[in-house]
Design a protein around this ligand. Structure first.
Ligand code: C2E
Ligand code: MG
Ligand code: MG
Ligand code: MG
Length: 292
């Protein structure tokens, strides 16, 4: 009797939660269907050396294109499948789509490193590195050094020992590794020493506010100093204005990604974009000053 009352009460108070759970199930099913229908596409955003005016790579960013509806950004759907088997399946699909693209670009004479974002869940799969290697073997013209993986700082901190091993194995294989959104995860200097990555991608929030907030500028300068001491490359994310780029160059940060350079674009626009890109003249002036 008491048990029954408890059960009824549970149902009464939990309708909102039930609805939320049903909503989640529906979202997951739609994503599963989208994967079957090949509705996920990768856009690519260039990364450049502002000082030399060269393109150093492109980052693959997932988009969901359902029929003729507006394209959905990753933040609107990835969280639904964060800890689902489907998250692994979508992650594998991204890796294969990126490799397919590298092979296509190679076949038209364009060789450019492509970075892919990998989730904590993907990294926690014991066979992550092996399956990356297997995928590479399926694309004979794609080599490990064409590929880079981006790991969120917050993911890296989730299971530091395991991620450290993944980083080591990737680099042994020839795949480069970046820490993404660096500065948002509060990793200590000790951790950074163990995270033997090639690149730190400083989070866009610091870049956005560096000209107005002295604390953000101090963090940015700190990361640049640290990176130099540890021989890591730094890429500034979210460079939206020419002014920000110029300021970063003055700080000695040469690599950047952001709307001031290019927005993420469909793969077929990349070859033309690369062949015609010119940095703003104020960046080149900066480079000339530096050489004298
Ligand atoms: P992220 O890896 O840090 O990528 C940078 C995000 O900032 C992208 O958003 C990009 O479009 C945006 N962005 C680039 N330049 C600028 C700028 O100048 N200003 C501003 N305001 N934004 C800029 P997007 O494509 O919506 O992706 C959001 C996040 O979703 C990514 O952040 C990444 O963490 C995640 N993501 C994207 N694709 C994948 C994927 O294939 N797998 C996984 N696991 N995560 C992904
Ligand atoms: Mg990224
Ligand atoms: Mg980022
Ligand atoms: Mg981000």
């Amino acid at each position: 009797q008491a048990k029954l009352a408890g059960k009824n009460r549970y149902h009464f108070f939990d309708t909102a939660k039930d609805t939320a759970v049903r909503g989640l199930h529906e979202s997951i099913e739609r994503i599963r269907q989208g994967l079957l229908n090949d509705e996920f596409v990768l856009f690519y955003q260039p990364k450049v050396n502002m000082q030399q005016g060269t393109v150093i790579g492109v980052e693959a960013l997932i988009r969901w294109q359902q029929g003729d509806q507006v394209m959905l950004p990753p933040d609107s759907f990835l969280h639904h499948i964060e800890d689902q088997q489907l998250g692994i399946e979508l992650g594998d699909r991204v890796i294969r789509m990126a490799m397919q693209q590298i092979a296509e670009w190679r076949s038209v004479g364009l060789q450019i490193p492509v970075s892919i974002n990998v989730s904590a869940q993907q990294l926690q799969q014991p066979d992550f590195v092996a399956s990356l290697q297997y995928s590479l073997s399926e694309f004979p013209t794609v080599i490990a050094s064409d590929l880079e993986i981006e790991i969120l700082e917050t993911s890296a901190l989730r299971d530091i020992e395991q991620i450290t091993q993944v980083i080591r194995d990737c680099r042994k294989m020839g795949v480069k590794v970046s820490i993404d959104d660096f500065g948002t995860g509060y990793s200590s200097l000790t951790y950074l020493k163990h995270l033997r990555v090639n690149t730190l991608k400083i989070d866009q929030s610091f870049v956005r506010d560096m000209l107005v907030d002295p604390d953000d500028l101090a963090i940015l300068e700190g990361v640049l100093g640290l990176a130099q001491a540890f021989r890591r490359t730094v890429i500034a994310e979210g460079v939206e204005t020419e002014e920000q780029g110029k300021f970063l160059l003055d700080l000695g940060c040469y690599y950047a990604q952001g709307y001031a350079i290019a927005r993420p674009m469909p793969a077929d626009e990349i070859p033309n974009w690369i062949s015609q890109w010119q940095p703003p003249s104020s960046w080149l002036d900066r480079a000339v000053c530096d050489r004298n």
